[in-house]
Design a protein around this ligand. Sequence first.
Ligand SMILES: Nc1ncnc2c1ncn2[C@@H]1O[C@H](COP(=O)(O)OP(=O)(O)OP(=O)(O)O)[C@@H](O)[C@H]1O
Ligand SMILES: [Mg+2]
Length: 248
Amino acid sequence: MKGIISICGKGGVGKTTLAALLSRLVLEEKNSRGLAIDADPAGGLSLALSLPIKKTVNDLRKSVIASIKTHSTDSLNLAASIDYQLLEALSEYRNLAFLAVGRPEEEGFYCQVNTFLREAIEKMAGHFDLVLIDAEAGVEQVNRRVMGQIDLLLLVSDLSAKGLRVAETIKQVADEAMQYRSAGLLINRVRSKKELAEVQQSTHLPLLGWLPEDPRVRQFDMAGRSFLELPDCPSLQAVRELSRSLIV
Ligand SMILES: Nc1ncnc2c1ncn2[C@@H]1O[C@H](COP(=O)(O)OP(=O)(O)OP(=O)(O)O)[C@@H](O)[C@H]1O
Ligand SMILES: [Mg+2]
């Protein structure tokens, strides 16, 4: 798996689960480095991976603004300090790194800081083979703050018509507001091939893959266990299958 993948979709359809399963898969690809970014202010991916949030991008933003206010740094030092602090904010587990974006705030007069931050995140992302972004539910905006350009917009939906319509709307919004190379649908919580075929017929979005309804996912979520410890199970096999077609 390679590239920058943004995982989007309606609330509750399984974005964080998919991001966690893909992160689990990174551990199997020992020669590649993965970066999982939790871009949902609610912050579920940290829990799903049981990785600590040392410092969010937003915490970093606040400290940068504070140092600008005290005029204690020039822009060259500022950029270097952002790079350094961003590395410090990463949690790491084997060949996987994790970064949380945190709660966004008003742009104010500090859009220059946001540009600095985005550039720093993009630069850092360049050191990883795979970058996974667990986006905020709905027609998201955080993504643009995180990364200017992505490779794959992975639209997640459950079997509901609502989930599919939201996925289609996100795609429309992304067409206008984002730079991405390709986009496709992942259907989650599938119980039969028949169901999948029916859903596939009711949308124009290209189907990239699907995940089965998996009791293991429920168990792990109920117990608050890390998905990085997930044993081989149907959903992990399905994600492994999906990853073969996700070479971006
Ligand atoms: N394939 C699956 N099999 C069984 N349960 C699943 C599956 N996918 C997701 N779930 C369950 O559905 C619930 C919602 O999943 P998840 O948190 O991944 O959704 P989300 O899209 O990230 O939600 P939010 O929009 O709130 O961030 C969780 O309780 C999870 O355990
Ligand atoms: Mg989530």
